[in-house]
Design a binder for this molecule. Structure first.
Ligand code: NAD
Length: 416
C-alpha cells in the first residue's frame, strides 16, 4: 500500500534519513543503506484441490547482510508486493542491529489470500515458494521465519523442501515445530517481548501495570501472546480485534476465555462475555492507556492519529504508524515505541533457535525467556538513553543505534 503519498519503503527510508541526520552519516553510506542488496520475484503456480490453477507471485528481498546472514519472516497476504517486502526487509536490518543479534535483514512475501486454503494447497504453495528462492537462502546465508498467515507448520514444509535438496537442515528456518528442532518459547517470543518492553517502559515512567487499560489490534501469533502476557501481569485488556472486527469492554475482557476460541479457528467476536462490538477503526480510537497494533501496516495514519486516546503506542506490528501520524502523535505527547524495538522478541528468539540448531541442542523455556528478557531490556535501555541524550524520539534513537552498527560493519568489510 502507499498511504499519504509514501510507499512503505519510502516511509521506512524517511525514518532512516531522520536518524542518519542525527548521526551525520555521509551520502555514500546513505545510498548503500537505503537500497536493497538482492530482490527475487518468483512465479508460484498452485494446483487447488478443485483442479483449478492459481498463479501467485512470491518475493524475497535481502536488504543488508553486513552483520550476518539475512533474516526475516515470510508473509502470505494479498497486499504483499515488492515495495512492502523491501520495507519489511530494511526494518529487519535495523532491528537485528538494534538488538545486536548477528543477522542482516530480509523479508519474504507471497501475494495471496490464504483464507480458506486447505493444508494440501498451503503445503504445495510453500514448497513451490521454497524451491523458487532456494538458490539465495541457506543456514549461513538467509534464514526465513513465520510472519502474517504463516506458522510453525509452514516452516516445517519449508524446511523439508530445502532439506530434500541439501540434507537435514533445521537451521534453514526458525519458528519450527518443537518436534523438528523448534525451541520452546519461540512461538510466544514476539508477544512476550512486546510485554517485556511495556514493563520496561512502565518501570521507567512509574506506570502501574495493575488495571492498566490496553487495546490490542490483531489476535494472531503476536497479538494473542501479547494479550495473555499483559493480562498475566494484571493489565486490563479492554479491546481486541481480528480481521473481522473488534470487541471492547471497559471492565476488561477475559483473555483466558478468548484465546481458546481463536485457537480453535473462531473470531474474537465469538466471545460471549460482556462486550460491545466495534469496527477495527473504532477499536484503535477506543479509550485506553496503551495501544498495541499487532496486525497490519499503516493502521495509525494522519486521518486517525488525532483521535488515538492512548498515552503510549507499542508497535507490535511492523510499520503500523505512518510518518505523518508519527508527527501528530509526537505533537500530542503520545509516546510511540517503534516496531524495530517492540516486536524484536521474534527475531531475538529466532537467533536463539538458530544457534540451538547449529549446536543440535535445545534450551529450556525458562532459559530462553531469561535470555529474551535480557536482550529486550538492554535494547530498551539503550534506546531510551540515546533518545534522552540526543533529545529525539524513540524511533529516531532505535534507528540511529541500528544504523551506526550496520554502517560500522559495512565500512569494516570494505563494501565502500
Ligand atoms: P498472524 O497472521 O498470526 O495474525 C494476524 C492477526 O491480524 C490476525 O488476528 C488477523 O485476523 C488480524 N488482522 C488481519 N487483518 C486485520 C485487519 N484489517 N484489522 C485487524 N486485524 C486484522 O500474524 P502475526 O505473526 O501475529 O503478525 C502480526 C504483525 O506482527 C505483522 O505486522 C508482523 O509482521 C508482525 N511481526 C510478527 C512476528 C512473528 O514472530 N510472527 C515478529 C515480528 C513482527
Amino acid at each position: 500500500m502507499a498511504r499519504e503519498g509514501l510507499t512503505a519503503f519510502q516511509a521506512v527510508n524517511r525514518n532512516f534519513e531522520e536518524a542518519a541526520t542525527i548521526l551525520d552519516l555521509d551520502e555514500e553510506m546513505r545510498s548503500i543503506l537505503t537500497s536493497t542488496y538482492r530482490e527475487i520475484s518468483v512465479q508460484i503456480p498452485v494446483r487447488l484441490d478443485n483442479g483449478d490453477l492459481i498463479v501467485a507471485q512470491g518475493y524475497r528481498v535481502q536488504h543488508n547482510g553486513a552483520r550476518g546472514p539475512y533474516k526475516g519472516g515470510i508473509r502470505y497476504h494479498p497486499a504483499a508486493d515488492l515495495e512492502e517486502v523491501r520495507a519489511l526487509a530494511s526494518l529487519m536490518t535495523w532491528k537485528t542491529a538494534l538488538l545486536d543479534v548477528p543477522f542482516g535483514g530480509a523479508k519474504g512475501g507471497v501475494a495471496i489470500d490464504p483464507t480458506g486454503m486447505s493444508q494440501g494447497e498451503l503445503q504445495r504453495l510453500t514448497r513451490r515458494y521454497a524451491n523458487g528462492i532456494s538458490h539465495v537462502i541457506g543456514v549461513y546465508r538467509d534464514i526465513p521465519a513465520p510472519d502474517m498467515n504463516t506458522n510453525a507448520q509452514t516452516m516445517a514444509w519449508f524446511m523439508d523442501a530445502y532439506s530434500g535438496r541439501e540434507g537435514y537442515s533445521p537451521g534453514i528456518v526458525t519458528g519450527k515445530p518443537l518436534a523438528l528442532g523448534g525451541q520452546p518459547g519461540r512461538e510466544a517470543a514476539t508477544g512476550l517481548g512486546v510485554i517485556y518492553i511495556l514493563e520496561a517502559y512502565a518501570a521507567e515512567h512509574g506506570v502501574d501495570l495493575l488495571g492498566l487499560p490496553v487495546v490490542i489490534q490483531g489476535f494472531g501469533n503476536v497479538g494473542s501472546f501479547a494479550a495473555k502476557e499483559a493480562a498475566a501481569r494484571g493489565c486490563r485488556i479492554v479491546g481486541v480485534s481480528d480481521r473481522w472486527g473488534g470487541i471492547y469492554c471497559d471492565s476488561g475482557l477475559d483473555v483466558g476465555q478468548l484465546a481458546p476460541i481463536v485457537t480453535a479457528g473462531g473470531k474474537v467476536a465469538d466471545y460471549d462475555g460482556t462486550h460491545d462490538v466495534v469496527t477495527n477503526e473504532e477499536l484503535l480510537e477506543s479509550p485506553c492507556r496503551v495501544l498495541i497494533p499487532a496486525a497490519l501496516d499503516e493502521q495509525v495514519h494522519q486521518d486517525n492519529a488525532d483521535r488515538i486516546q492512548a498515552d503510549v503506542v507499542i508497535e507490535a506490528a511492523n510499520y503500523p504508524t505512518t510518518p505523518f501520524a508519527d508527527k501528530i502523535l509526537f505533537d500530542r505527547g503520545v509516546t510511540v515505541i517503534p516496531d524495530i524495538l517492540a516486536n524484536a522478541g521474534g527475531v531475538t528468539g529466532s537467533y536463539f533457535e538458530w544457534t540451538r540448531n547449529i549446536q543440535q541442542m535445545v534450551w529450556t523455556e525458562e532459559r530462553f525467556n531469561e535470555a529474551l528478557h535480557n536482550y529486550m531490556v538492554r535494547a530498551y535501555a539503550a534506546t531510551s538513553a540515546f533518545a534522552k541524550a540526543k533529545e529525539c524520539t524513540l524511533r529516531q534513537a532505535a534507528f540511529a543505534i541500528g544504523i551506526e552498527r550496520v554502517a560500522t560493519a559495512v565500512r569494516l568489510r570494505g563494501y565502500i
